[in-house]
Ligand binder design. Structure first.
Ligand SMILES: *Cc1c(COP(=O)(O)O)cnc(C)c1O
Length: 400
């Protein structure tokens, strides 16, 4: 390698070393191809059949026949790409239809879509805010929110995780006439816990702050019909901006933000990811559009996810695992060290349970974990088996 590249990559040297070490030990678990989707939430990885406990497809919609068919029809009609960006020649009828579907599903006036959830947070936050404005962000918010806040140039105020008193002190200490945006995950992507929306909404009202919620892990997961956190708390319409992804419960790719007509109109003429980046491919837009309809047509999936989540969390807790404050399909299984998290993952894979570890610096040292997820595709006996495997692994590795 040339020395200029070596010099540039120097800060990453410890990370390269860690991964090399892990590969030698057989504890490198990342970037592994999922070779085949099997029935009942199972997959084939490394030639081995395993229960899939690392999926974001919370309602088991990935590979759904109706959604696949919609994608195929869109390819037949329009091909695989578009004529450019949405703002110019990239818009197809399916894009407008998808945005209408999202707005209807979320009970908002309208919606706008982008090419990923990551890009949505980046472009929406940085379009809305500028230098003299203030943004308030939960300490455990997703990286895309953090990046969007930083990119905006606004005063970036973090508050302690789910600590509404801390947020209030932050808001109190802000000039009353400043533009303020409070942005939070509805369900936190590492811990699975839920933001206190009732109190948050009161604070935003009281301090005249705009409220933006990231529903990446709550769409299809929270609320009786899967509409998300506002439905869960019976607080329709309290968020000004409902952001979400089309790549988790919705088995496609893309991101959206739903809300008031004026705000969305503004984003359509201002946000750089809309104006300078290609439109969603027709197949992905059509798949996403169909997926929202499937959620409404097959409400039993939400019931099943809720039951599976309860079984999984209570089963792991009964074994003695610390699962933090999760109440959702994201279930952290705390292992307390990098070594234990990696050994635990290895044991799980050897015994047919596909989970993945999350280690520091992605989570604080001491909170290294398996980040397990449960979906509507799992059957109760399969979940019981996964709990048994993790129980045995926990004992073997000294976590329990
Ligand atoms: C996954 C995720 C995103 C990004 O979504 P993509 O569509 O995968 O880019 C944004 N916010 C949260 C909370 C997420 O978990």
């Amino acid at each position: 390698m040339s020395t200029k590249i070596e010099k540039l990559l120097q800060p990453a040297a410890p990370l390269f070393e860690l991964w090399e070490h892990a590969k030698e030990n057989g504890t490198y678990f990342y970037n592994q191809p999922i070779q085949e989707f099997l029935k009942d939430g199972k997959v084939r990885v490394n030639g081995k059949e395993m229960g899939m406990y690392a999926s974001y497809s919370y309602l088991g919609l990935l590979d759904h026949p109706r959604i696949n068919a919609a994608a195929r029809r869109a390819i037949e009609e329009y091909g695989t790409g578009t004529h450019g960006v949405r703002f110019l020649a990239g818009t197809l009828p399916i894009h407008d239809e998808l945005e209408q579907t999202i707005a209807d599903f979320k009970h908002t006036e309208t919606a706008i879509t982008y090419s990923s959830g990551y890009v949505t947070n980046l472009t929406v936050i940085s379009s809305l805010l500028g230098r003299r404005d203030y943004v308030f962000s939960d300490k455990l918010n997703h990286a895309s929110i953090v990046d969007g806040c930083q990119m905006s140039g606004a005063e970036f105020k973090r508050f302690q995780h789910r600590d509404m008193e801390h947020l209030e002190r932050r808001l109190e200490n802000t000039p009353a006439d400043a533009n303020k945006l409070v942005v939070v995950d509805a369900v936190f992507s590492m811990d699975g816990d839920i933001i206190d929306l009732p109190r948050l909404a009161e604070l935003c009202e009281e301090y005249d702050a705009i409220l933006m919620i990231d529903e990446a892990h709550s769409l299809g997961v929270l609320g009786e019909t899967g509409r998300g956190i506002e439905e869960y708390f019976g607080l329709d319409g309290v968020a000004d901006l409902n952001m979400g992804t089309l790549s988790k419960t919705i088995p496609s790719v893309g991101g959206y933000v739903a809300g008031k007509q004026k705000l969305i109109d503004f984003l359509r003429i201002i946000s750089r990811a809309y104006i300078f980046s290609a439109a969603l491919p027709p197949a992905q837009a059509a798949a996403a559009n169909e997926a929202f309809k499937v959620i409404l047509d097959e409400p039993e999936r939400i019931e099943k996810l809720t039951a599976n989540t309860e079984q999984f969390i209570s089963g792991l807790q009964a074994c003695g695992f610390d699962t933090l404050d999760t109440e959702t399909a994201i279930v952290p299984v705390i292992c307390s060290s990098i070594e234990k998290a990696l050994l635990m993952t290895k044991y799980a894979h050897e015994n047919g349970v596909f989970v993945l570890p999350v280690i520091s610096p992605a989570v604080p040292p001491g909170l290294e974990r398996l980040r397990a997820t449960v979906t509507a595709a799992h059957e109760p006996d399969e979940i019981a088996r996964a709990i048994e495997v993790l129980h045995a692994g926990g004992k073997k590795t000294g976590i329990l």
